[in-house]
Design a protein around this ligand. Structure first.
Ligand SMILES: Cc1cc2nc3c(=O)[nH]c(=O)nc-3n(C[C@H](O)[C@H](O)[C@H](O)COP(=O)(O)OP(=O)(O)OC[C@H]3O[C@@H](n4cnc5c(N)ncnc54)[C@H](O)[C@@H]3O)c2cc1C
Length: 384
């Protein structure tokens, strides 16, 4: 395993870091206050190739590998996690399944506008009654002649209201279990797709998340993704990939919290010297540094293993579990290092603390990651 970055990866990381520092970070606190979606930043990300990073160049994408894509997610999250989540949802849970399970015609039709930023993407799996137990989803589809017709409600949909194409999951009949679930590429700009007002969230305030109701929403017959009945398999494979993105987002948020803390501890004086020189604070920063390095290494190992044959649910669940829990520990310590100022909206760590909270919840809670890992361990135990 070689975790060294090649020249292109260094170039992309540095480019996204500069873009984050110059274009994203300066407005992050204001967007957190107004909860306004940054359309201009998404247009620029489209122009920079950040919205179709894994899409081949002949389809208008950047044709990068997963490792490079995750470096970009980390850098964007370091600048503003709200921007990073919208970007990673478009790349990971919309472009990725279309790239891996779509027909050549679907790839041409959907990936080109997604990669250029002309259309933002999303993923509709969760429902009011089906979160961790996504296989219990109740949104129905039926044959409507030239189209499939979808009826149901999807909850917590990132990019709802700003996105156009969504990979959406529905069942032929709930009694069929997960084998009844199929995946569709839904164009949200049509009658029958109703987006509720955005959720009032604790963090990720400028990322749009909303309930979507489907009432007779039509999907052309040729926009079913993969085979009929293959939907749940597509959802799980997509999550195996996209959880790496949440791990990278967690590392990016924690990196920002660490940098803010190091700077603050250097400048803040108490008892006649910088607080960084008090052992308690120095040790705290040492732990933050070590935890960050451990999460980054685990993530890179998971990415490397994802290039090997077979499924990698255990590796991506491990990376997501550790990185998101680490992120929440690090942001909490960052607030502590800032003392009372860490509790003020004037300081970045207050936003990072709120933004971090969701990383142990979405794309599978920490408990769900442990279920995935434990299932793999049960399999492994059979051959001991
Ligand atoms: C900001 C945000 C953005 C999101 N974006 C999207 C999106 O774009 N698309 C999408 O489809 N979904 C999205 N989600 C939904 C997200 O994936 C779900 O919230 C998540 O999977 C958890 O489901 P739930 O909220 O229904 O919690 P529940 O499943 O109801 O879980 C509640 C609690 O019970 C625990 N629990 C449940 N079952 C078990 C068990 N068997 N053993 C132990 N503990 C258990 C959970 O870990 C959790 O702590 C988003 C959520 C948020 C908050």
């Amino acid at each position: 395993m070689d975790f060294g970055l090649d020249d292109q990866q260094v170039m992309v990381r540095d480019m996204v870091r500069s873009f984050g520092d110059e274009r994203i970070k300066p407005g992050a606190a204001e967007r957190d206050r107004t909860a306004e979606f940054p359309h201009d930043i998404f247009s620029e990300m489209g122009e920079l190739g950040l919205l179709g990073m894994l899409v081949p160049e002949e389809l208008g994408g950047a044709g990068m590998d997963t490792f490079t894509y995750l470096l970009a997610v980390e850098e964007l999250a370091r600048a503003d996690a709200s921007v990073a989540v919208g970007m990673s949802v478009t790349n990971s849970v919309c472009c990725w399944p279309i790239l891996h399970f779509g027909s050549e015609e679907q790839k041409r039709r959907y990936l080109t506008p997604l990669a250029s930023g002309k259309a933002i993407g999303g993923f509709m799996l969760t429902e009011p009654g089906a979160g961790s137990d996504a296989g219990a989803l109740a949104t129905r589809y039926r044959d409507g002649g030239d189209d499939w017709v979808l009826e149901g409600s999807k909850a917590w949909i990132t990019n709802a209201g700003v996105g156009r194409y969504f990979v959406c999951f529905a069942t032929k009949a709930p009694g069929l279990g997960t084998r009844g679930i199929s995946a569709f590429i839904l164009d949200a700009e049509q009658e029958g797709v109703m987006v509720a007002p955005p959720e009032e969230k604790m963090g990720l305030r400028s990322s749009k998340t909303a309930m979507v109701t489907l009432e007779g929403a039509r999907v052309p017959k040729d926009a079913m993704l993969g085979e009929e009945g293959q939907g749940f398999k597509i959802a799980l494979a997509t999550l195996d990939h996209s959880r790496l993105g949440i791990a990278a987002q967690s590392v990016g948020i924690a990196q920002a919290a660490f940098e803010e803390s190091l700077r603050y501890a250097r400048d803040r004086q108490q008892f006649g010297k910088p607080i960084l020189e008090h052992q308690g604070i120095g040790f705290r920063l040492a732990e933050m540094d070590t935890e960050l390095a451990a999460a980054r290494a685990l993530l890179r190992q998971a990415v490397w293993e994802s290039t090997q044959p077979g499924r990698h649910s255990r590796q991506s669940a491990r990376a997501k579990l550790y990185a998101s829990e680490m992120c929440n520990r690090v942001v909490a310590w960052a607030v502590q290092v800032h003392g009372g100022y860490g509790y003020s909206r004037e300081y970045t760590v207050e936003r990072l603390y709120r933004d971090a909270r969701v990383t142990t919840i979405y794309e599978g809670t920490s408990e769900v990651q442990k279920m995935v890992i434990a299932r793999a361990l049960r399999e492994a135990a059979k051959s001991l």
